[in-house]
Unconditional design. Structure first.
Length: 252
């Protein structure tokens, strides 16, 4: 269950990160989900663990002679993408560190490398990076998000991994928060589908991903959800709401 949650969250997060690029054709309408039937809330953000140092992956960008320094807008996008990437890394690490996932040396090595990249990117300052380097780093972070998604897909469930089933109280909270998420999505989709908003392919992709996630969550039943899964839903819902906020901001 956790793997499915994280896979969908990473998908929409990657789509949101692509909003730093430009879209053109408003070729398809994004429809809103019509019914709600299950989950989600918000928990405190996970702190990015101090990564072990192994191999250097990303070097702090050196400004080139006569190169245009990064603009305030691009650097803000870089910071937003870095925040999204760090949060997704924390969720993947939390999942892998649980008893639910079987140990895997290749996954552990990839996680250490991702932590190294996150650590080095976090040290970059606006006065040390050019516009071109910032755009390159934005693309690099999207690639890392794709890599984290692949890690989740490659995780195997440990033998005998079980958990306490979700309580009535927690499931009721999940339903209430799922309803809130659906309403926010519907409001954004309605505005985007109006003639007031300029077409943007990345926004359409992000909304499509969000709609698919909402529909899938709406089919989850209480009998198939553990208390631990419910906590993951809470974290996932927080990330998705942040993603929808990015979409709203991108629409102006």
């Amino acid at each position: 269950m956790k793997k499915k949650i994280l896979s969908t969250v990473l998908a929409v997060t990657t789509a949101v990160s692509l909003l730093t690029a430009c879209g053109t054709d408003k070729s398809r309408e994004t429809t809103a989900p019509t019914e709600t039937a299950a989950p989600v809330e918000t928990s405190a953000p996970v702190e990015t663990p101090a990564p072990a140092k192994e191999e250097a992956s990303v070097e702090e960008a050196e400004p080139e002679t006569n190169a245009e320094m990064v603009s305030d807008e691009t650097f803000a996008e870089l910071q937003d993408n870095f925040q999204l990437m760090s949060e997704c890394y924390d969720m993947v690490l939390d999942l892998y560190s649980s008893d639910e996932i079987a140990a895997n040396a290749d996954i552990e090595e990839a996680m250490l490398l991702a932590a190294e990249v996150i650590d080095e990117m976090g040290e970059i300052t606006q006065d040390s990076i050019t516009e071109e380097d910032a755009e390159t780093l934005n693309q690099a972070m999207i690639d890392i998000l794709d890599g984290l998604s692949d890690l989740v897909d490659g995780m195997e469930i440990a033998d005998g991994a079980e958990g306490e089933m979700v309580s009535d109280e927690t499931f009721a909270i999940l339903q209430e928060n799922y309803q809130s998420l659906t309403e926010v999505y519907n409001a954004i989709a309605e505005v985007y589908n109006s003639d007031e908003i300029e077409a943007n392919a990345e926004i359409e992709d992000a909304l499509t991903e969000a709609a698919a996630i909402i529909e899938e969550m709406g089919n989850i039943e209480q009998s198939s959800l553990t208390e631990e899964d419910a906590e993951e839903f809470n974290e996932a819902m927080r990330s998705m709401l942040e993603g929808l906020q990015v979409i709203a901001n991108a629409m102006g």
